[in-house]
Design a binder for this molecule. Structure first.
Ligand code: GRF
Length: 210
């Protein structure tokens, strides 16, 4: 596939976005960042885009007359950017179905838990880690999956475990998981860039490097 033409969507501090940018700058990820879309003006991801000269745009539903105008603006921004792959890096909004259809199979989300457990609406950030701890799990981890019309539901592409350690609170677990998020997202996208994303029926996997 060659160089990925990435658009990243984020709502928060943007550490996953930053990890992707660093992976690209250090040659571990063959990608160009065509656009960052943030869903609120305070998203820290914006500062990262500015610092690295990446075009960015804040798109909020409330700024548009109606839903159609919002979706049209998002679609237009993505098309104009020339991106062919979307990475949701802490994007807290549901992507409109029109966007999912337009980029079907090329939209990846990172989730700080081992799906299909601990996912779905309301399962984000500390909620995921607290639920893992409350369930007494001995491992948690990271999932990268394709995006469909339901929260945290599309086909799983890659997962990695991290241990849950005695004495962990949600903060400690989140920090351990986040480190692995930063590695796995770049690895998955690099595999996509190298054409190593495979599927059979509804099962997806990454072929090992030759
Ligand atoms: C990450 O934990 C990611 O898995 C989830 O949202 C969080 C975003 O963190 N989807 P950051 O903004 O990338 O630091």
């Amino acid at each position: 596939m060659g160089e990925l033409k990435l658009a990243v969507l984020a709502s928060g501090r943007g550490s996953n976005f930053e990890a992707l940018v660093q992976a690209a700058e250090s040659g571990r990820l063959n990608a160009r960042f065509h656009l960052l879309i943030i869903s609120n003006p305070n998203a820290g991801a914006q500062e990262i885009a500015r610092a690295h000269g990446i075009p960015w745009l804040c798109l909020q539903r409330g700024d548009f007359e109606d839903r159609n105008a919002f979706v049209a603006a998002m679609k237009e921004a993505l098309v104009q950017s020339g991106a062919n792959t979307l990475a949701l890096a802490g994007y807290m909004k549901k992507l409109p179905p029109e966007i999912i259809d337009a980029y079907a199979g090329s939209i990846f989300n990172i989730h700080p838990g081992l799906l299909p457990a601990f996912g779905g609406q309301g399962m984000f950030g500390g909620h995921v880690h607290q639920a893992v701890l409350d369930a007494g799990c001995k491992v948690s981890g990271v999932t990268v999956h394709l995006v469909d019309n339901q929260y945290d539901h599309g086909a799983i592409v890659a997962q990695r475990c991290v241990p849950v350690l005695p004495g962990d609170d949600a903060r400690a677990l989140a920090a351990r998981v986040l480190k692995e998020e930063h590695r796995l997202f770049a690895e998955v996208l690099q595999a996509v860039a190298e054409g190593r994303l495979r599927s059979h029926q509804s099962i997806f996997w990454l072929e090992a490097k030759q």
